[in-house]
Write a protein that binds this ligand. Structure first.
Ligand SMILES: *[C@@H]1O[C@H](CO)[C@@H](O)[C@H](O)[C@H]1NC(C)=O
Ligand SMILES: [Zn+2]
Length: 335
């Protein structure tokens, strides 16, 4: 009888220690999603103005936490969204915000009722009054893939203005560059003395351009969109890990079966993390992700692919990328 009790205690202890070990390894993988557009209404269950399922922001953040995502940078795409991003960062722990105007939104600046100067003064004011939550100026840069939203002229004019914001606030920059020939790198070069450093997020360009940006001391951010083709994978392989940051760019840029990166995915991460099941939005349940709505926990897949390309362990890559990101965007925050 006594023997049975002792055995039971031993089993319980072993079970507990195993549980503890898994918990500890989980805590070991600390990640920061530098690009999460959590102000998008789809994270509240609203798709094109239609409520398809309940608001599941909390579940999304719980899944992120379970994946080791300790901080997320909510991207501000314009003045209004920057305010929303800060409000979200105030509401949920672990969220931080960027403040700026996306290249495709620069045509809005001249339409601002109080004028362009007031627009940027308001952005600066937002950054200065929310120092604990605002970690970067951006998203800003140039985008020649979507000139139908904003022409080159406002893009150039108002990208330039955001170097002044970085200079005034001493914040690093969260940069966007899409198909700009050498124009983006040229503008960075001209203004490089005005800001400390920054990340060129969602990088999809050629290796020469990446090298030029790296030489100027910038970091490169990679997500599912940066890993679509074999050429993308070649570029990703050549970004030094001490200059790498990772992101989801959710709700966009998930890794899809048609992407070159997909063949590098494993059924689970090295510490046993598995992607939660995804269901169509019409079949939503709280514990499931929604099909084709990317979310921060899926940064684990980006990590898998990059660890495999660089031939290092997920843990080592996670540690290095965490340190890069902490140093640039969270020098004062306790994350
Ligand atoms: C974030 O999502 C909103 C809503 O869909 C969209 O208007 C905005 O352009 C997105 N911002 C960025 C930076 O992609
Ligand atoms: Zn972008």
């Amino acid at each position: 009888m006594a023997c049975k009790v002792v055995l039971e205690i031993i089993f319980a202890l072993l079970h507990f220690m195993n549980h503890l070990r898994t918990q500890l390894t989980r805590q070991g993988m600390k990640l920061i999603d530098i690009g999460a557009n959590l102000t998008d209404p789809v994270f509240r269950g609203l798709y094109r103005g239609k409520q398809s399922h309940p608001d599941d922001m909390q579940q999304i953040l719980d899944r992120a936490r379970a994946a080791g995502v300790v901080a997320m940078m909510v991207t501000g795409g314009n003045l209004h969204e920057s305010k929303e991003a800060i409000a979200l960062a105030r509401e949920f722990p672990g969220l931080y915000a960027t403040v700026g105007c996306h290249p495709t939104r620069t045509s809005e600046v001249d339409k601002h009722s109080a004028g362009a100067d007031a627009y940027f003064a308001e952005l600066q004011d937002l950054a200065e009054k929310n120092r604990d939550k605002v970690v970067a100026i951006g998203e800003c840069g140039l985008d020649y893939d979507r000139l139908h939203f904003s022409d080159k002229e406002p893009q150039h004019k108002y990208f330039a203005r955001q170097f002044a914001l970085a200079e005034a606030t001493k914040l690093p920059m969260f940069l966007h560059n899409r198909n700009t020939g050498g124009d983006f790198a040229k503008m960075i070069k001209e203004n490089r003395h005005r800001f400390s450093t920054g990340v060129v997020h969602s990088y999809t360009g050629p290796i020469d351009e990446a090298k030029e940006l790296l030489e100027m001391g910038l970091y490169i951010g990679l997500n599912g969109c940066s890993l679509k083709t074999e050429e993308n994978l070649e570029v990703a392989k050549q970004i030094p890990v001490d200059r790498l940051m990772i992101e989801t760019d959710c709700p966009y840029c998930e890794i899809r079966p048609t992407h070159a990166s997909h063949k590098l995915l494993k059924p689970e991460n090295s510490d046993g993390w598995k992607a939660p099941e995804a269901k169509k939005k019409e079949r939503w349940t709280p514990e499931c992700m929604v099909k084709s709505r990317n979310e921060p926990c899926m940064i684990r897949q980006v990590l898998q692919v990059l660890a495999s390309l660089h031939g290092i362990s997920e843990q080592d890559l996670a540690d290095q990328v965490f340190e890069n990101t902490r140093k640039v965007f969270f020098p004062d925050q306790d994350i």
